[in-house]
Design a protein around this ligand. Structure first.
Ligand code: GLU
Length: 922
């Protein structure tokens, strides 16, 4: 028999043996036919293919995995039916690069088709360079951030950059407001590179702590430091074998409560026993590369014995056998499978492969090595780590990761990640919700609070203990919520008696600080939900809505003034009225003298009087206008059109003014006016005589401090600089100060409502300056927040909140009779704005009268023969002069026969009056 036919027989036997071991007859026939066809066709692969393995001491499990993988492939009916893989493993010292390169050469001398391992970066790099020179496939399964494309190394470990993206995506999806990165090895920063350079880091820069643990140093100190900084989200990059001790230390320093979130970067979290931590409520999550849906998974995982060297055929009934498969083991299995699949594919395509012994000395490269590497990089195989495929640079950049979360039932899948889709959370939220609900039932929550009636106050009976000492709206509220959710609680007053304010170094005080430091589970009182606080803690939905307003002393009744009859009109209007009276009187006087129709015959029986008379003397005119103003009549009556217009318009004016005055006077006399010196925040800001302030370290103070609205800014500048301080330590102290007078307290409307119900001498000024709500605060990331919110919603819909408000706000004993204050009274003095129009009408009427009187004069002048009169202008100015000079209330009649004269007095005397008289006679 030739060597070829010998080997053919061998292969035939192997194939038949394989097929006989199968139970499925139909399947057997298919295989037999496949085998026959390959037997009749070309035979491209050697019957024995040697695979070299380099195993460092301490990595015996991996060595077993390598051998197991080879055995499994050999017993596989489909892969490489005509060949048998044979393992040739060389032992070497841990991280010994020199030994690694020597042993690699030994293996190559023996004609291995590929070298697997070793597991440490440095020795592996040495082997890689040897393989590169000799064109031998080198297969790695380790995390290697230095991986370069275009060489003969095929690394099955997920490409560092893609893995880093997975970590980044997960952290982003968690929407943490702050977090700490704890790492041991420097490479961890490369693993988290994508996260560290993400814009998210810039946004929350102040709140990201990056801490390195010196290997061997204990974790407690560092953890305490992080806990003190109020960071509750931790990204932990420590070697897998240290994870348990890390978590134990976290437990010891009280960082294993339900408020803490740990993301473990190790892909082997599933291999760790986390039972000790699974009931604490701490959210521990990580990624898993091992795919438990792979066809061979169950088989392999059952035979693999966790922690032991080699593998046993122990079958476990429970599904904990996932623990047995570490990422390294799975990758080693996949590496062998991928190599076998590549050879199989080459065989299928009729590629010849021969395996010569390769010498490191001669440096003669293997002609087919590169081809095998190319096949490995181009085919897609499915293994224990999911789909194995490589990008065009030869990196395994596309892979699937399972997101796992620690629950009461151990690690459970909660989502997955891949490069194209990113993170997908598919966790059973209802189940998680139910778990939290169940855990809350056995809990006693620590509630931090502050004494501030009616929210929380101390009962009068000092012998009472614990929760019985307190009463108030919030005590009832928490009792109702506890009834719904079934938890127990303990009230404790906050040590520094403040609500919570952030200082310039970003540190909080008050109740907020207690929540951050984990000293309390809830903060329940009139705690306002603010943007700044939301950053540090979590709030439930608000249980009460409110806004800032002003508490001020109610003004006392005003003693009626002696001259209060002057109040209906403003001083300005009074001045205008007097001016109008004098002005109109004078105007009427002049017009009456100017108008020829106001000059009458004093003796009607004499048809040719020598003089004419005018009834509108200065005194008569004042009497006439005064009489009209006071709604009285007088014997003087205007005759000429012009004077009648003046009188008419004056009467209209007086009618309106007197009616307005009367109406307003009635209002002034019937209403007991109480005037408050301030009616709004603007009024407060404008003045300095009344002091104003607010509660120290509360949200009201923060509101003014951060406001950009000019009025509030001005108010803040005043409050901040006022000495003695205008800030008060408690609402009650503020109320006392307001009662003393000359102080306004900026306070929340619900508290004002409560206070004015019980203090009739106090009142609220103006409306609300903003709008916000009170919520229950929990530490950031608290799992109870949603439950508390839904309980609040339930109470709100059931009308319980409204009922509680009624109970604690309404004051049965004392009922304040609310007296009207100035801002609700409609009567206020009439200003020029109100009556200006009447003055305008008056002025217009007077102008019209002016025109009419000129017309009258011109009309009369027309009746004088042209030779007896002068031009219109001269006549006009002459008459005006006469009218203004007040030359008595009579004047001589101008005779027709009188010669024209230049004498001024004559001209004056020869006025138009004579024609009047003539007319009167006729
Ligand atoms: N409710 C406020 C707070 O949460 C306290 C009262 C105030 O500032 O007016 O800080």
């Amino acid at each position: 028999m030739t060597k070829t036919s010998e080997s053919l027989v061998l292969v035939t036997c192997k194939a038949i043996a394989k097929h006989l071991s199968s139970t499925n007859m139909h399947y057997n026939w298919v295989i037999v036919l496949t085998w026959l066809s390959s037997f009749l066709g070309s035979k491209a692969l050697p019957e024995v293919i040697k695979l070299g393995g380099l195993s460092e001491s301490g990595n015996e499990v991996l060595q077993s995995a390598f051998r197991y993988a080879i055995d499994r492939i050999n017993s596989d009916n489909y892969l490489l039916p005509n060949s048998r893989l044979s393992a040739n493993v060389q032992q070497l010292e841990y991280q010994d690069s020199f030994q690694a390169s020597r042993k690699a050469c030994d293996l190559l001398d023996q004609g291995v088709a590929a070298i697997f391992g070793p597991q440490s970066i440095e020795p592996s790099a040495t082997v890689q360079s040897t393989c590169d020179v000799l064109n031998v496939p080198h297969i790695e399964t380790l995390w290697d951030f230095r991986a370069r494309p275009d060489n003969h190394t095929v690394n099955l470990f997920p490409f560092a950059n893609s893995l880093s993206k997975a970590y980044r995506d997960l952290v982003k999806s968690k929407e943490w407001k702050n977090f700490a990165i704890i790492y041991e090895e420097n490479e961890a920063l490369i693993r988290l590179e994508e996260l560290l350079k993400d814009p998210l880091m810039r946004e929350i820069k102040q709140k990201v702590l990056v801490k390195q643990l010196v290997p061997g140093q204990e974790y407690r100190k560092l953890l305490k430091e992080i806990g003190k900084a109020g960071v509750k989200n931790l990204i932990v990059d420590v070697p897998t074998e240290n994870i348990v001790s890390f978590l134990k230390h976290a437990k010891e320093v009280d960082m294993m409560s339900e408020y803490y979130n740990y993301f473990i970067t190790s892909l082997d979290l599933h291999t760790i026993d986390l039972e000790e931590f699974q009931y604490g409520g701490t959210n521990i999550s990580g990624f898993r590369l091992v795919d438990d849906t792979a066809p061979e998974f169950e088989d392999i995982s059952q035979v693999w014995h966790s922690g032991s060297v080699g593998f046993s055929h122990r079958k476990t009934k429970d599904k904990t056998y996932l623990k047995n498969i570490t990422t390294e083991v799975a990758l080693m299995y996949d590496a062998v499978k991928l190599f076998a699949s590549a050879l199989h594919e080459m065989d299928r395509r009729g590629q010849d492969v021969n395996l010569p012994a390769i010498s490191c000395e001669t440096e003669q490269p293997w002609s087919q090595g590169s081809l095998i590497v190319n096949y490995m990089r181009t085919i897609t195989a499915r293994g224990l780590t999911g789909e194995i495929k490589f990008d065009r640079y030869g990196f395994r950049s596309e892979f699937n990761l399972k997101l796992v979360d620690l629950t009461h039932e151990g690690l459970q899948e909660a989502g997955d990640w891949n490069l194209n889709v990113g993170i997908r959370i598919t966790g059973n939220s209802t189940k998680a919700f139910e778990e939290v609900k169940a855990s809350l039932k056995n809990k006693t929550l620590m509630i931090t609070t502050i004494i501030n009636p009616p929210y929380i106050s101390l009962k009068e009976d000092t012998t009472l203990k614990d929760n019985n000492r307190y009463e108030g709206y919030c005590v009832d509220l928490i009792e109702e919520i506890a009834k719904v959710l079934g938890f127990k609680y303990v009230f404790r007053e906050v040590a520094d008696r403040t609500y919570g304010k952030k200082n310039e170094w970003g540190e909080w005080n008050g109740m907020i600080r207690e929540l951050i430091e984990g000293k309390a589970d809830l903060a329940v009182v009139d705690l306002t939900v603010t943007y700044e606080r939301e950053d540090a803690v979590d709030f439930t939905m608000p249980f009460m809505n409110l806004g800032i307003s002003i508490l001020f002393k109610r003004p006392t009744k005003k003693v009626p003034k002696l001259f209060s009859f002057l109040s209906p009109l403003s001083l300005e209007v009074w001045v205008y009225m007097v001016t109008a009276f004098l002005g109109v009187s004078l105007f009427l006087f002049v017009v009456a003298r100017f108008s020829p129709y106001e000059w009458t015959n004093p003796h009607p029986c004499d048809p040719h009087p020598d003089t004419l008379e005018n009834q509108f003397t200065l005194l008569n005119t004042l009497w006439f206008t005064g009489g009209s103003l006071l709604q009285q009549g007088c014997e003087v009556t205007p005759r000429a059109m012009s004077t009648r217009v003046v009188s008419g318009i004056w009467w209209f004016f007086t009618l309106i003014m007197v009616s307005s005055y009367t109406a307003n006077l009635a209002a002034f006399l019937t209403i007991q006016r109480m005037t408050s010196p301030i009616e709004s925040a603007e009024d407060l800001a404008k003045q300095t005589s009344i002091q104003y302030g607010c509660l120290r370290s509360g949200s009201t103070q923060a509101f003014f401090k951060h406001s950009n609205f000019p009025t509030f800014k001005r108010m803040w500048n005043y409050m901040e600089s006022a000495r003695p301080s205008v800030f008060v330590d408690s609402n009650m102290k503020g109320v006392e100060r307001v009662k003393k007078g000359n102080y306004a307290l900026l306070m929340e409307s619900t508290s004002i409502e409560y206070i004015i119900e019980r203090n009739c001498d106090l009142m609220q000024i103006g409306g609300l300056l903003d709008s916000k709500g009170y919520g229950i605060a929990t530490p950031s990331g608290s799992p109870y927040r949603t439950l508390l919110s839904s309980a609040i919603l339930k109470l709100q819909e059931g009308g319980i909140l409204q009922m509680l408000k009624q109970r604690w706000w309404k004051n049965e004993e004392k009922y304040c009779v609310m007296e009207e204050t100035s801002h609700s009274v409609s009567a206020s003095e009439l200003g020029l704005d109100n009556v200006g129009g009447v003055f305008l009408v008056l002025s217009t009427g007077l102008c019209v009268a002016c025109l009419i009187v000129i017309l009258e004069f011109t009309w009369k002048l027309r009746t004088i023969p042209i030779e007896e009169r002068e031009s219109l202008c001269v006549e006009l100015s002459r008459e005006l002069k006469f009218a203004i000079m007040c030359g008595g209330d009579s004047k001589p009649v101008r005779k027709e026969s009188s010669p024209p004269s230049n004498d001024l007095s004559l001209i004056q005397f020869s006025s138009l009056g004579n024609f009047n008289s003539k007319e009167a006679i006729s």
